[in-house]
Ligand binder design. Structure first.
Ligand SMILES: N[C@@H](CCC(=O)N[C@@H](CS)C(=O)NCC(=O)O)C(=O)O
Length: 202
């Protein structure tokens, strides 16, 4: 199997690196320089020229959650992701979509409107931050409920869902949004203990 991963430090590509390390698959790393973003080389793999992106056996794939699932599906013997077609896989999708649409969209918008990495300061809308925080916290409370009684998201064991969702939770922690969410903090501590974890936390 040949795998090329376009990545950059603590960007969402960290999810894919983590999955590849858990899977024990060899890969070639490309990028690791901010100039890769928006480059023609990356646009040939990701239509928006964003990270992460991969080429697996010559086939391009983008979106970090899709990449993590594709990697984990390649090594069924490692049991890194609930089997396709099972109810557990539906729960995998549930938590992944919940994290990406009901949580990550808000912290991502706050980041875009705070750092000048993508949008110049003149285009920032500071008023949006308070609203983003409110929506993130509302969803975080729902995830907190689940993780108060479960150590992991699916099948009560570490899986790809935890790779994807814990990155989103850590994104919220970075923005100071986990106050009072003890189960979420303990969850981040738990997944951070894994040898291959790529989460960066202060
Ligand atoms: N939904 C995408 C998000 C991709 C994304 O926004 N990547 C950021 C780095 S974490 C990026 O490349 N930003 C550059 C830009 O927006 O131009 C995923 O999960 O892969």
């Amino acid at each position: 199997m040949s795998i090329i991963l376009y990545e950059l430090g603590p960007s969402r590509s960290a999810r894919c690196r983590w999955a590849l390390l858990e899977a024990g698959l060899e890969f070639e790393s490309r990028g690791n320089d901010p100039s890769i973003i928006g480059s023609d080389e990356l646009k040939a793999v990701h239509p928006l020229g964003k990270l992460p992106a991969v080429v697996i056996d010559g086939e391009p794939l983008f979106e970090s959650a899709a990449i993590v699932a594709a990697i984990c599906d390649r090594v069924p013997e490692k049991r890194l992701i609930a089997e396709a077609g099972t109810w557990a896989r539906a729960l995998h999708d549930q938590w992944v979509f919940f994290a990406l649409t009901e949580m990550e969209s808000w912290v991502s918008s706050s980041e875009l409107n705070t750092l000048d990495f993508v949008l110049p300061k003149s285009e920032h809308v500071p008023a949006i931050i308070e609203q983003n925080d409110r929506f993130f916290v509302k969803s975080a409370a729902a995830l907190e409920e689940h993780l108060r009684v479960h150590e992991y998201l699916v099948e009560d064991r570490f899986t790809a869902a935890d790779i994807i969702v814990s990155y989103t939770v850590a994104f919220g922690e970075e923005q100071g949004l986990l106050d009072g969410f003890d189960a979420l903090s303990r969850y981040l501590d738990r997944v951070s203990e894994r040898h291959h974890c790529t989460l960066t936390r202060d």
